[in-house]
Design a protein around this ligand. Structure first.
Ligand code: UD1
Length: 387
């Protein structure tokens, strides 16, 4: 390794767009800065998420620097959002001449920036590659499949990801198993997690709700397949209300879900003192809430991994998961939208028969460090070869 980064080798443009990207990027930026020699970076935010709750609070919690560039695309249909990111990203590449573009996860911003860079022959690095739900109705699945096809380097979080990529004809030398950067963030921040009673009081709730011996459960719900259809959303809220009679539930409500509850006239289903509705929470608040919960009910991707790392039973209200290791080895159980399964698995968990599980291989807090070492070597080798 040279002592300093070659002056004619450009920065790595690190792309974030939406909430689940931020906890993945924070440890990567730190590892790049701590690498010897330091890997130069530019943090680019597409602006897909922009609210204080969805964006600023997470930047503060994760100690992320302010983005060097913000494309400020905002909300829109998938086509509009993707197209806007593409249009605004292209001139950035012309101007900044990066050595590569690093994208994380599976949101619209991930695919949009990948497409632009790949067509300009700028190498693309995808962190959290190879996850597959095999459900093309999920927008994220389309983003994952297409990003992986055209990315140059694919860093994976679990071994099954490499099998998925092989099946799609992706050469093994492009794929590297490094572990899970989400868990780097979790370990970095565990000591700073906010106490659930403070979170509840700050959110306008009564901390007495979770002070009883029965404890509490945490709920998040935001997938279009769960919240965009009135019948489906009503049946999920109905069973959660039923569960809340036994176990107080704390919701962190995504703006999409909050909007749909109002639009579909379902407020009566959440109108009970046993269900506390909070706005989207910061990273440290969610960490504190999850760590002390008896159960987490969710349709999020990230929470499936975080509950596995924390050893908290998780019921995933989806028909499939792109993170099978959380079911095979971790604390995750898939319950779909099956009301009876949700009811029964919750009862099992509350009876002390929830899944315990173990922490998967390389979910050890050092994934970003492994990415920094590997990527620096790859970029410097290409540079030496005149690429
Ligand atoms: C996006 C990701 C999803 C991820 C989720 C986490 C895609 C395809 N989906 O979904 O994978 O799990 O983020 O939140 O990229 N809104 C606000 N404030 C904001 C951002 C959005 O109020 O800061 C509202 C807007 O009404 C917007 C809606 O939320 O239309 C949806 O936002 P969008 O980014 O399109 O998708 P998410 O559902 O957040």
């Amino acid at each position: 390794m040279p002592e300093t980064w070659p002056s004619d080798l450009g920065p790595v443009i690190c792309v974030v767009g939406a909430r689940p990207n931020f906890m993945k990027m924070a440890p990567i930026l730190r590892a790049f800065a701590n690498h010897a020699p330091a890997i130069p970076t530019l943090l680019l935010h597409t602006g897909q998420h922009y609210d204080r709750d969805m964006n600023d609070r997470l930047f503060e919690d994760l100690r992320l620097p302010q983005p060097d560039i913000n494309l400020e695309v905002g909300s829109g249909s998938h086509a509009v959002q993707t197209a806007e990111v593409m249009k605004r990203f292209e001139p950035v590449l012309d101007e900044r001449k990066p050595s590569c573009v690093l994208v994380v996860g599976d949101v619209n911003s991930t695919l949009a920036c990948t497409l632009v860079a790949a067509k300009k022959n700028i190498p693309v690095v995808h962190v959290e590659a190879g996850l597959r739900s095999y459900d093309r109705a999920m927008p994220e699945e389309i983003n994952r499949v297409l990003t992986d096809q055209i990315a140059d380097l694919l860093y994976t979080t679990e071994r099954s990801a490499a099998d998925n990529l092989t099946r799609e004809g992706i050469a093994a030398e492009r794929v590297r198993f490094v572990g899970n950067v989400m868990i780097d963030s979790l370990q970095d921040n565990r000591q700073y997690a906010r106490s659930p009673t403070t979170t509840i009081a700050t959110g306008g709730g009564d901390p007495a709700l979770i002070a009883g011996p029965e404890g509490y459960g945490v709920v998040t719900l935001h997938r279009p397949s769960n919240v965009d259809t009135p019948d489906v959303l009503a049946s999920l809220l109905g069973v959660l209300r039923e569960i809340s009679a036994r176990l107080p539930l704390v919701f962190a409500l995504h703006p999409r879900t909050r909007g749909n509850i109002e639009r579909f006239g379902l407020q009566h289903l959440i109108d009970t003192p046993r269900m506390l509705m909070l706005p989207p929470q910061g990273y440290l608040e969610m960490l504190g809430l999850m760590a002390d919960a008896r159960i987490v009910l969710t349709d999020s991707g990230g929470l499936q991994e975080e509950t596995t790392a924390l050893g908290i039973p998780c019921l995933t209200m989806r028909e499939n998961t792109e993170r099978p290791i959380t079911v095979e080895q971790g604390t995750n159980t898939m319950v779909g939208r099956d009301i009876e399964a949700i009811r029964q698995q919750t009862a099992e968990t509350l009876a002390g028969r929830g899944k315990s599980g173990r922490v998967p291989e390389l979910w050890d807090g050092r994934a970003a460090e492994r990415i920094a070492t590997d990527l620096a070597g790859w970029l410097l080798d290409r540079h030496a070869a005149g690429c």
